[in-house]
Write a protein that binds this ligand. Structure first.
Ligand code: COS
Length: 385
């Protein structure tokens, strides 16, 4: 049975994440956003707090917490700043959880402690200029050499790609095998032939680093393979099972931030001689945000409970991701409406919430991909072939 009662430990961790967000993140978020500044000092603090790789086992440098507790942390950080939340999600869910699940003991000991502490960053190189939703159809090629592999290709929209020490690179080893030919490699980013360049001009997530990666005949040894040759697609999909969950939890934070900001503003701001909260149309907007927040949180917690109890969770994760990301966009848009003209400038967090929320219905699987996954589970018919 799902139990909504938090344990004392979960309350403490949530409170710690909340205090950290209020003290360390919120005071710098506006300037980082304005300056497109990827704040490495903040990344270090996230690592020091144990917020990177927290679901990784303690023997590899993580905190060994469960998925529901992880969501509490991610929600709080997401309330403060989606750029910081992206660091937590990518590092923890896409990179660390993949290495923990698919890595050899040697790979786990080599990479996880420094990733969990924040000393090193990792990135997830799946998407390419011509490959987004159709993730099995990669152009990046890995060719066998004596004792290793040679990888060539381009990767696009890669969070933290300019700062990562290790990149998970998905590549095709045998095009005839389609998704069963894919392999994932742990590529040190200082390898010869590896380069990254920053992507600027984003609508939101301006405090987040986004890169295009280029691999020009990068040579890696056999032990860079994460999983077996042919496991690449499963490595990617299992990473996204965790990554989509984390994005959803971050969006609960955006929704909650919209409620908090709108309650504050509407109880202070007076028009027609009284606080605007006393107008029914304003109350209705706030009620919509509250409902979206609570529904999104419930769906995230359900997906987390399934993961914590080792039950299948792919469809429920898509449900949570679809609802929470769309709810965050809706709530941010509504929160701006509550704030009026003040919501349109960055004195308040709500315009940033809207800009930052917008990408969440795109990355880690668009809303349309989530609907196809949910629809297939409901009907038994695959609308993707
Ligand atoms: N975990 C582990 N394995 C999985 C899995 C999961 N969550 N989902 C599917 N697989 C496995 C299947 O079991 C199947 O294995 P076999 O080859 O042994 O049969 C294989 O992967 C292929 O499964 P399927 O053909 O069903 O693929 P899907 O329909 O699941 O995938 C979509 C198609 C479109 C859903 C997938 O390509 C996708 O999610 N695309 C979006 C990609 C994305 O999110 N990109 C953003 C990148 S991060 S910014």
């Amino acid at each position: 049975m799902i139990d909504f009662e938090l344990t004392d430990e979960q309350r403490l961790i949530r409170e710690t994440a909340k205090e950290f967000t209020d003290r360390e993140i919120i005071p710098v978020v506006r300037e980082n956003d304005r300056n497109e500044h990827f704040d490495l000092g903040l990344v270090k603090k996230l690592g020091d707090m144990g917020f990177l790789g927290s679901i990784v086992a303690e023997e590899y440098g993580g905190r060994g917490i469960d998925y529901r507790t992880y969501a509490l942390i991610v929600e709080e950080i997401g309330r403060g700043d989606s750029a910081s939340r992206t660091v937590v999600s990518v590092q923890t869910s896409l990179v660390c959880s993949s290495i923990q699940r698919w890595g050899t003991e040697e790979q786990k000991h080599r990479w996880l402690p420094s990733l969990c502490s924040g000393e090193a960053l990792g990135c997830f190189g799946l998407t390419e200029p011509n490959t987004g939703s159709d993730a099995a159809n990669l152009s990046t090629r890995a060719t066998k050499t004596d004792g290793g592999w040679r990888i060539s290709g381009q990767k696009q929209w890669i969070s933290m790609g300019n700062y990562a020490k290790v990149a998970m690179i998905f590549a095709q080893t045998d095009p005839e095998k389609k998704h069963r030919g894919l392999a994932c490699f742990l590529v040190p980013t200082d390898s010869d032939g590896f380069s990254a360049s920053a992507i600027h001009g984003k609508l939101g997530l301006r405090g987040s680093d986004t890169a295009e990666l280029s691999l020009d005949a990068v040579e890696v040894p056999d032990d860079a393979l994460l999983g077996e040759v042919g496991d690449g697609f499963k490595v990617a999909m299992s990473a996204l099972d965790s990554g989509r969950y984390s994005v959803a939890a971050g969006c609960v934070g955006i929704c909650q931030g919209c409620v908090d900001a709108s309650v504050n503003y509407s109880t202070q701001r007076e028009q027609f001689g009284k606080p605007i909260a006393s107008f029914q149309l304003v109350a209705a907007m706030i009620a919509d945000m509250v409902v979206d927040t609570e529904a999104a949180r419930g769906l995230v917690w359900r997906a987390g409970w399934l993961k914590d109890t080792d039950r299948p969770s792919t469809t429920e994760t898509s449900v949570a991701k679809l609802f929470a990301t769309e709810a965050a966009v809706r709530s941010a848009n509504t929160a701006i409406q509550v704030h009026g003209g003040s919501g349109y400038v960055d004195d308040y967090p709500v315009e940033r919430y809207l800009r930052d929320a917008r990408v969440t219905t795109l990355y880690e699987g668009t809303s349309q991909i989530q609907k196809l996954i949910i629809g297939r589970a409901a009907t038994g018919v695959n609308a993707m072939v």
